[in-house]
Design a protein around this ligand. Structure first.
Ligand code: KDG
Length: 344
């Protein structure tokens, strides 16, 4: 009897040990899925000094902090991963996580985006912020999903200014015959044709060399880019026309986005918006600094009088009408009404 009791006890202990062992080992594979380590690559066209890159450094800092180092953000400047169009194609294919083009090349995917490239659309940056961070901006970001892209946030490139190596430009007449590089966008081409220029679309990565080799006479970009990309070395004249706003759009590959756990999506979305506010702030500060620095380089920087500015607006005022069919007349009206609401 005693023997039988001992045997039962031993069997019980063995069974308990087996249960404990198997129980423990199964808990390592389920139910808690160990969060994966992840790398997010972000490519841009501008250099490491640009406010865009600084905004991305902030984005990296927030994402890596919030994910406790589980997500690593790698930044690639200077078109290392290709031009804006090529990077957007990579996002759609799921071979690159993120990029941040201007709205201009997005029109190659969806024509309605041309609305943000209409000449002299936003009267000031604060109004641009309100419209882009409001329901209209969100509608545009959401619509990118039709093209395999998750829109994260609007950032700022800045008002675009005209430079050239031929002559000082004060009136639309002075632009006549100049060969100007534009971004790849039909509205940009139409606006420069309306000014009598000979516009040539070209990726950003080819711009400096084309100016240097005098393949083109001029280009247009925000003052910060003109300064930080050293365009003053190959361009003598700058005119502060403020002709296009064309904001940046921080975007993610939808194919990859859809595989991310909600926790990671939330971290990225929040970081993109937060870093965007920082990016806009330093973009505006650096714009002022760059303007002062540009003048020190010996470049002739022409500030237009309100009348001169109006002449540029008048010369390009029919451009919006020309694109009503492609963008949608109602959409143009909706965006303009929203701007007018904040302009009061
Ligand atoms: O990183 C963004 C750049 O690739 C590009 O958008 C800069 O404004 C630009 C341009 O002129 O192409």
């Amino acid at each position: 009897m005693k023997k039988a009791f001992r045997l039962v006890s031993v069997l019980l202990i063995v069974a308990l040990a087996v249960a404990l062992f198997t129980g423990c080992s199964s808990s390592t594979s389920t139910p808690e899925k160990k969060a994966e380590k992840r790398v997010i690559k972000v490519g841009i066209g501008l250099n490491e000094q640009s406010p865009q890159y600084k905004g991305l450094q902030k984005f990296k800092e927030i994402v890596e902090r919030e994910s406790k180092g589980r997500i690593e953000v790698q930044l690639f400047a200077n078109s290392q991963l290709g031009d804006d169009t090529k990077m957007m194609t990579a996002l759609r294919a799921g071979t690159l996580e993120m990029t941040c083009p201007s709205t201009a090349p997005i029109s190659g995917l969806d024509k309605k985006w041309m609305v943000f490239d209409l000449p002299f659309l936003f009267p000031n940056e604060e109004i641009a912020d309100k419209v882009l961070d409001g329901p209209i901006g969100q509608k545009f970001l959401d619509s990118l999903s039709q093209n395999g892209i998750k829109g994260i946030a609007f950032w700022e490139n800045g008002y675009r200014q005209l430079t050239n190596s031929v002559k000082e430009v004060k009136t639309p007449d002075d632009v006549k015959g100049l060969k100007i590089r534009t971004m790849e966008n039909p509205v940009h081409l139409a606006a420069f044709r309306a000014l009598g220029a000979n516009p040539t679309p070209m990726p950003f990565g080819e711009l400096f060399t084309s100016l240097q080799q005098r393949i083109i006479d001029g280009q247009e970009n925000p003052v910060t880019t003109i300064y930080l990309q050293k365009f003053y070395e190959v361009q003598k004249y700058a005119t502060l026309t403020n002709h296009f706003y064309s904001p940046f759009v921080l975007m993610f590959s939808k194919k990859i986005w859809d595989t991310l756990p909600k926790e990671d999506q939330d971290i990225i979305l929040k970081a993109g918006k937060e870093a965007g506010l920082y990016q806009r702030k330093i973009n505006r500060e650096m714009m002022k600094e760059s303007l002062a620095n540009l003048e020190k380089t010996g470049m002739v920087v022409t500030k237009l009088t309100p009348e001169q500015q109006k002449a540029f607006m008048d010369a390009t005022k029919d451009v919006a009408t020309k694109f009503e069919a492609e963008i949608g007349k109602e959409l143009i009206q909706e965006v303009k009404a929203e701007i007018a609401k904040y302009a009061k």
